[in-house]
Structures are given as C-alpha cells and as structure tokens.
Design a binder for this molecule. Structure first.
Ligand SMILES: [Zn+2]
Length: 180
C-alpha cells in the first residue's frame, strides 16, 4: 500500500455531504499532538501519520469514504518492557450516516461513521481506525532485546549430557523446514 507523500495537514473536521458532492479526495498528515488517545496508548509515534481519503457514493447511493492510513508507533513489549516498533497499515470503508439507527441499516461492507453535527471530526474518526488496528498486547516477534539475561543450555544435567539450548532447537527446526 502506498500513500502519496504530503506535508499538508488534513482538515480537522469536514462536512462529509459537501465532500461527497465534489467526490473529493483528501491526502495529508494527521498531527500527532491532536491525537491524545493514541499518544496515551503508545510509547511514541514515529514520523508522519499519512492518510488518503476518497469521498463518494456507492451504487445504492450511500455516502461513502474509502481510505487508508499509515502510522509507525513504538509499543511496550509486555515481556521485556522495551519499546518495539509496530506499523499500522489500515484500509477502511465508511458509510456516513446521521444517527446510530441509520448506521444499523447500512450494508455490512460499510463501517458506520456518524456525523451528528454540521461537521465530522475527521481526526477523531481516523484516530479510532489507528486504535482499532493496534494489537491488544505487544510482544517482540522473534526475540526480546533482554533475552540474553536468561541463558539456557551450557549447564550439564546428572547424566552428563549437555542440555539442548531451546532456542538452538528452534533454529534447527526452522532451518530444516526451509530445506524440505
Ligand atoms: Zn520484548
């Protein structure tokens, strides 16, 4: 997925009706400082949060926004408590409605987004998308930075045989599955 580079900030709020009429496309960045909930949920946000939005209508006449966003963050690994990078790549399709009730009537392929006043708070809805795409718990995928603190192997048991290092066994398994 690629989003064209842009240095312009997205508008904080928009009237979706007008943008649908114009079949407007918006490309821009989401300013970090306006995303309090995301800032609270992650260790840090790295670089620009880029988003691309296309307003329009589907064949049934629903007001829709097709979009994608890209965001790099650091999460705290729940095993070693060190930061770990996480890349959020989200694609979404919103159906713009004016009440929760209307949202329930939307087809399944549209996520209801309620514009309950003159304008839709775009930053808030995009922040929701990022939060939805963060993992519930974060762990370093391969090995924790602090893994070396826990050394396995090297010790010998009563029979005098050297114990296998569990990580080495894992590497061997991975190696042999690649060959076959
Ligand atoms: Zn870790």
């Amino acid at each position: 997925m690629s989003i064209p580079p842009s240095t312009a900030a997205l508008p904080k709020s928009v009237d979706a009706r007008k943008l649908v009429q114009r079949e407007q496309q918006l490309i821009g960045i989401l300013p970090h400082e306006s995303l309090e909930r995301l800032n609270a949920a992650v260790e840090s946000i790295d670089g620009d949060i880029r988003a691309e939005l296309q307003f329009g209508r589907d064949l049934q006449g629903h007001l829709t926004v097709s979009g994608k966003l890209h965001c790099d963050v650091q999460l705290e690994c729940q095993r070693c408590l060190q930061p770990m990078p996480e890349q959020v790549e989200a694609e979404f399709r919103w159906g713009i409605v004016w009440s929760e009730e209307q949202g329930k009537a939307l087809p399944k392929n549209l996520d209801p987004v309620v514009q309950d006043s003159d304008e839709l708070n775009l930053y808030q809805v995009l922040e929701d998308e990022i939060l939805l795409n963060l993992p519930m718990v974060a762990y370093h995928e391969q090995e924790c930075v602090a893994r070396d603190r826990f050394q396995f192997g090297e010790k010998t048991d009563e029979s005098g045989e050297q114990r296998e290092n569990p990580f080495k066994v894992l590497e061997q398994l991975k190696g042999s599955s690649k060959k076959s």
